[in-house]
Design a protein around this ligand. Structure first.
Ligand code: BG6
Length: 518
């Protein structure tokens, strides 16, 4: 097949919007301030927001870590972590605006005294300002410590139960993984909800902060031409891919326990599926959107019997080649068991039992050490009911496809058939392209910027409600259980640099389809 002809959509060049929103004074407390997330994501995001004039001037930050250090020591440490970054995150002048407002509390998260020290610091900062301040707690700590941390914060008075409209709001951001099964997620929800209201809990899924993911809602619900075809009447199947070329890096300790389904499917991929499949909410209010998402999760058909062997494929990478260079297999990575059964790849078919999607398979796949990094949602449409143009022998008609590219190279494309000029009817495929960079210029905004800001203004739309996290575990738990009970698959079963195990191709081929190459 020849490459499709590409037509670029013309978009008036518009500067990216930075919607000014009122954010009251607040103190951000990061538990796990010495960790990777703080250095790689949270601090750079705050610096970006500061450079864009989106942070309140009186934001203060308390970092909580095990290591004893002074406030100045903490500032120096973070400065060296961000100094080499490009853009505002590495800009000395921006840094100088944030640095005086950084404080450090050292302590063990198992000790009540740590939480008391946090509360004392909060009270001291609040005493200086003279205005009412909100408190935002970010749990950037191992999930096993979440219950202890939430209870410790509540007992010390640092994290009080507060009304949604209170200017002295208190909110807590909980990183994934939110539990490791339905039972553990329910237990964690119980602990957190025993001390604060649901409106104070922000369960983060950083995929929901990605620009194109949010654009999916605009694409679907601010245009009237797509909605009529967005259903079983026209869609043949949906493919959602989150491919990574990286391996487990230095996170094997966590990943060995998690594996790809807990790491990527329970949260990110199911979130993408919900946004693709949900009904239009009547307002863009947090609960209206979240109600629709949870309905999709509840409508996913539970797998049973031989569904697991037919519709859920797992893989683990062996040694191979990425970007022309040799890379080790998963079992050879540092801190991975030599006989590890942890899957690093999965391809799963989900069916949604509702009027809109009955009979339309949703194929989701994600894996590490695949040939390239690409996340996309592809809606593949049915063939025309009757084709009056004769096709050359052996050729089939290319399907219409809408592709939403989440990363990299964010954008949208639409593939359709056109006539090749000349005598007689010969067809070829054209692709209409919309690229974010081309329309708005390259931006290096991170999903965490959107999400941090949303927490500060109290907008929960992009955060997971307790019922959604539990519903997502209800979907993946049986798959994890079936895999644990069945040791038949031999690992490794795909080479690093390949598009997953052969069984994944067979899975989608049964629906008369094939995986796209992003
Ligand atoms: C994280 C997972 O949530 O998402 C990682 O724990 C994964 O394993 C990462 O690499 C992917 O995020 P992104 O934004 O790079 O697609």
């Amino acid at each position: 097949m020849t490459d499709p002809i590409t037509l670029t959509m013309r978009v008036p060049r518009v500067a990216p919007a930075a919607e000014p929103r009122h954010i009251g004074a607040c103190t951000l407390v990061i538990l796990g301030a010495g960790g990777d997330l703080t250095r790689r994501k949270l601090i750079p995001s705050l610096l970006h927001l500061l450079a864009d004039g989106l942070l309140p001037d009186d934001l203060s930050l308390i970092g909580v870590g095990r290591e004893r250090m002074t406030d100045q020591g903490f500032r120096d440490d973070l400065r060296s972590a961000v100094a080499g970054l490009s853009g505002p995150a590495g800009d000395g002048a921006i840094w100088e605006r944030l640095a005086p407002r950084l404080y450090h509390v050292a302590g063990d998260l198992g000790a009540a005294s740590t939480y008391e020290a946090i509360n004392e610091r909060l009270v001291a900062i609040e005493g200086q300002g003279g205005t009412e301040r909100g408190r935002l707690f970010y749990l950037a700590i191992p999930p096993s410590v979440y219950p202890q941390a939430v209870e410790g914060l509540a007992k010390s008075g640092a994290l009080p139960r507060r009304d949604a409209r209170d200017a002295r709001w208190a909110r807590v951001i909980i990183e994934k993984p939110f539990g490791r099964s339905l039972d553990t997620a329910q237990a964690l929800n119980k602990v957190v909800r025993a001390v604060v209201g649901e409106h104070q809990i922000y369960r983060i899924d950083h995929y929901l902060g990605k620009e194109t993911v949010q654009n999916l809602l605009v694409f679907r619900f601010a245009n009237s031409i797509f909605e009529p075809v967005w259903s079983r009447h026209h869609v043949h199947h949906v493919q959602i891919t989150a491919a990574e070329c990286l391996g487990v890096e230095h996170r094997a300790g966590y990943y060995e326990e998690a594996g790809v389904v807990r790491d990527m499917f329970q949260n990110h991929l199911l979130s993408l599926l919900c946004l693709t499949a949900m009904e239009p909410p009547s307002t863009f209010a947090a609960d209206a959107v979240r109600d629709e998402k949870v309905k999709v999760l509840n409508a996913i058909r539970p797998m049973q019997g031989d569904d697991f062997s037919k519709f859920a494929v797992r893989g683990q990478y062996g040694a191979g080649t990425i970007d022309g260079g040799p890379v080790a297999g998963y079992r050879e990575e540092e801190r991975v068991a030599a006989d590890s059964r942890t899957p690093t790849y999965a391809a799963i078919r989900f069916m949604i039992d509702n009027w809109r999607w009955q009979g339309v398979p949703f194929f989701l796949r994600s894996g590490k050490r695949l040939p390239r990094r690409a996340t996309e949602i592809a809606i593949q449409f049915r063939q025309p009911p009757h084709l009056m143009f004769p096709l050359p022998k052996g050729e089939t008609l290319a399907p219409n496809v809408i592709v939403i590219r989440v990363q990299p190279d964010e954008g949208l494309s639409l593939c359709f058939e056109i006539k090749i000029p000349g005598v007689g009817v010969r067809m070829t495929s054209a692709r209409m392209e919309f690229g974010y960079d081309e329309a708005f210029g390259a931006t290096d905004h991170d999903a965490y910027e959107t999400l941090l800001l949303d927490c500060m203004v109290g907008d929960q739309t992009l955060f997971l409600r307790s019922d959604a996290t539990e519903a997502a575990w209800r979907v993946v738990d049986p798959i994890l259980g079936a895999w644990d009970a069945d040791g038949a698959v031999t690992f490794p079963n795909y080479a690093a640099g390949a598009w997953g195990p052969a069984a994944a191709d067979q899975l989608i081929a049964r629906a008369g389809a094939a995986w796209r190459t992003p």
